[in-house]
Design a protein around this ligand. Structure first.
Ligand code: NAG
Ligand code: NAG
Ligand code: NAG
Ligand code: NAG
Ligand code: NAG
Length: 399
């Protein structure tokens, strides 16, 4: 029964494999899998196959919906066929709803320009704006906000991890290439801007730039190119002042390049963790995991309640962007947990997942809300739901 959850052909971690075959953990793991599968089925009630994203949430949130589906599909064979259909369809049609396509031209600096590739899985084009058979046109996925671009790059990397489809990896590389156009800012001549109009230097775009580069370093042929970018970004980011005296990360920099003191959002404490874990895999350095651990521990002190459940300061009235944040933290905390295990991380992941299921679920629809401690409150949508689902997926592995 347990072996049906995983497939031997997939890059399931040794940790997960050992957990799945440990008797003590098995009942809990099966319960976590069952909750995540329920959440997946509910998430798909929002999926719009005409436009490839999820009704009730926006463009960049769609990338995060796809990522959590991929993260579950790596672990759970029973959802994989549906997940693969979603990737295939979204790849073809979602560019049609990009709010601002092609803002950053992909120049081909990394060898991934607007080029035609032979596709393993030819796609059916709907209009000229959609993906053409056998082509990878990363410009279609760029919208002028480098963080949005990066979410899609990570989503296609996650889809690549499930499928091995090289088109997805090339698309992720092409999107990264577009992001390099945001480098450097006018703060210490490094980092990327948040946006192509250069209005703001912030944490999320820079953490994502590091994370995408580090993920690609472990997957793409040109590994050293991506390692160099990830290291350059980390050197700049660590010295940028965005990591404050408490080891939490504020939102961004002022126009004179000082920490702007803006909100310590959960996702800004999260993306950097996965980025450093991936960078440490690609190019080990004894400082990376301790740096990540320091940030994770500080974030947990700052953002969890006395029951170890994660919160963002905006709850329960978060903007539609912020409803996505906590799941992103969880997804990345789980990556750190695999690389640098800690009972505290397991406790936060399990407590959050259990509370989501017991206290933050609409019992009639199984839709999950924004306040993980509960009670369930409207509005609950594909963003609140997919974010909470990230915690349910992390709970499968964090034991
Ligand atoms: C899909 O989204 C479009 C907007 O892009 C909307 O008009 C349409 O009704 C949605 N379809 C479904 C089945 O929800
Ligand atoms: C890629 O998409 C952009 C729109 O963002 C378009 O201008 C360009 O012609 C496309 N390139 C190819 C090779 O289809
Ligand atoms: C992807 O979608 C296309 C168009 O619907 C289809 O022809 C192809 O078989 C699909 N590939 C896979 C692997 O599902
Ligand atoms: C650090 O934490 C202390 C105590 O909670 C707080 O007063 C201070 O404002 C924090 N500093 C920053 C930069 O957030
Ligand atoms: C950086 O550029 C922005 C305009 O894009 C400007 O407002 C700001 O003062 C500049 N900061 C520095 C430190 O040069």
């Amino acid at each position: 029964m347990l072996s049906s959850i995983i497939s031997s052909s997939l890059p399931v971690s040794a940790l997960l494999t050992s957990l799945l075959f440990s008797k003590d953990a098995s009942a809990e793991i099966l319960q976590s899998v069952s909750r995540a599968e329920t959440a997946f089925n509910t998430l798909q009630t929002f999926y719009n196959s005409s436009n490839g994203i999820w009704n009730t949430c926006g463009w960049w949130n769609g990338a995060n919906c796809m990522t959590v589906i991929a993260d579950l599909a790596v672990l759970d064979v029973s959802v994989r066929a549906t997940a693969i259909d979603v990737f295939n369809n979204t790849y073809t049609v979602a560019p049609g709803v990009n709010p601002n396509p092609g803002v950053e031209k992909v120049s081909g600096a990394s060898g991934v320009p607007e080029t035609t590739y032979t596709s393993l899985w030819p796609l059916a084009p709907l209009t000229d704006l959609f993906a053409k058979p056998g082509t990878v046109n990363a410009s279609l996925w760029l919208d002028g906000y480098y963080d949005d671009d990066a979410w899609w790059s990570l989503a296609w990397i996650a889809a690549y991890d499930v499928t091995g489809n090289e088109d997805y990896l090339r698309l992720a590389e092409g999107i990264f290439d577009g992001m390099t156009k945001g480098w450097p800012t006018n703060c210490s001549n490094g980092g990327i801007w948040w946006d192509s109009t250069k209005t703001y230097v912030n944490a999320i775009a820079n953490e994502l730039f590091l994370s995408v580069a580090a993920h690609l370093a472990n997957r793409a042929e040109n590994s050293q190119y991506y390692i160099n970018w990830a290291k350059k970004e980390w050197a700049w980011f660590a010295a940028s002042g965005m990591i404050n005296e408490n080891n939490t990360i504020n939102d961004g920099l002022t126009t004179d390049c000082k920490n702007n003191g803006a909100t310590v959002w959960s996702y800004n404490q999260g993306v950097i963790l996965g980025g450093l874990v991936e960078l440490n895999k690609a190019s080990p350095d004894p400082s990376y995991l301790p740096a990540a651990t320091k940030i994770a521990d500080a974030a947990i002190s700052a953002l969890t309640d006395s029951n170890h459940i994660l919160h963002d300061p905006c709850e329960p009235n978060c903007e539609p962007d912020a409803t996505q944040f906590k799941g992103i933290f969880m997804r990345n905390l789980q990556l750190l947990q695999e690389a640098a295990p800690s009972d505290t991380y397991v406790q936060v992941i399990q407590a959050s997942a259990n509370s989501i299921w017991n206290n933050d679920r609409d019992k009639s629809t199984n839709v999950l809300g924004v306040d993980w401690a509960g009670p369930f409150v409207e509005p609950a949508d594909a963003s609140t739901h997919s974010s909470a689902m990230d915690a349910l997926v992390a709970a499968i592995v964090a034991n």
